[in-house]
Design a protein around this ligand. Structure first.
Ligand code: C5P
Length: 252
């Protein structure tokens, strides 16, 4: 019985480490309020453009000092030389994961890996961060991709093509919809990470996401990390919302 309980606690902790809370707030004060509410939950913290552009590197150092793993979601997309330099700076900051757009091409993605590798060689105490490629935003429907972005075929075709390109460039995984996790694992192998936003507990508002799944479904599809923003940050009780999601992940 005790063993079973230990196993459940371990499982919940492992699942908490696979939950990435999107700190999509405008400033450090609001981010700290949220962190306070989630205190003790060993989740990953995802810092996106809104907070990073407002709070800067100091806040990343603060999260690291508080013991969190940090995913810096700044989706770099530029010429290889610029991305190489950006990746070097982010790695020196100590982030555990950052991302680039696969649409920047293989040379650009490889440049991100080179920049990160250079930073680690300068400071051997650092670990190489997981470098993840964005395939198609989870807010993008097939209609938008075909008619506006100008890419033919299904979203899944593009996601798989980009995932293979990212793997060839040496990157560690992709951001994609949880609906695509299984097909990505089939194309790139089970170790190639899938980081999946577009998570909505049953009955939650879709907001601006279109390709969504529940936390349990995402885990069953093989997603390595689940990115959750508004279902936690906009909840009346963010702590309870996070714990409920972790429980659902553990049950899956
Ligand atoms: O609030 P919500 O759960 O929709 O937040 C999803 C988070 O994941 C946001 O921070 C968004 O920027 C990010 N994201 C996404 N789709 C991607 C990549 C990142 O929704 N393809």
């Amino acid at each position: 019985m005790a063993n079973e309980e230990d196993q459940q606690v371990k499982n919940r902790e492992e699942m908490a480490g696979r939950l990435m809370v999107a700190l999509d707030v405008p400033d450090v004060a609001q981010a700290r309020l949220l962190i306070e509410k989630l205190k003790g939950i060993p989740c990953y913290m995802k810092v996106g453009m809104q907070l990073f552009y407002a709070a800067g590197p100091d806040f990343i150092r603060e999260l690291k000092a508080r013991g969190y793993s940090v995913f810096l979601d700044v989706k770099m997309h530029d010429i290889p030389n610029t991305v190489r330099g950006g990746a070097e700076s982010l790695t020196l900051l100590g982030v555990d994961m950052f991302n680039v757009h696969a649409a920047g091409g293989k040379t650009m993605m490889a440049a991100a890996l080179e920049g990160a590798t250079k930073a680690v060689s300068q400071q051997p105490s650092l670990q190489l961060p997981l470098i993840i490629a964005v395939t198609q935003l989870t807010s993008t429907s097939q209609e938008t991709m075909n008619a506006e972005i100008g890419i033919d075929g299904t979203v899944t075709d593009t996601v798989v093509r980009y995932a293979k390109l990212a793997a060839e460039a040496g990157l560690h995984g992709v951001v994609a919809s949880p609906q695509e996790s299984a097909v990505i694992a089939a194309a790139c192998g089970p170790k190639f990470r899938t980081v999946t936003p577009g998570i909505r507990p049953a009955g939650a508002s879709m907001d601006d996401q279109s390709r969504v799944m529940t936390p349990g479904q995402a885990i069953r599809q093989g997603s390595h990390f689940l990115v959750v923003g508004r279902p936690i940050t906009a909840a009346a009780d963010p702590r309870q919302a996070a714990l409920t999601i972790i429980e659902e992940m553990s049950q899956a």
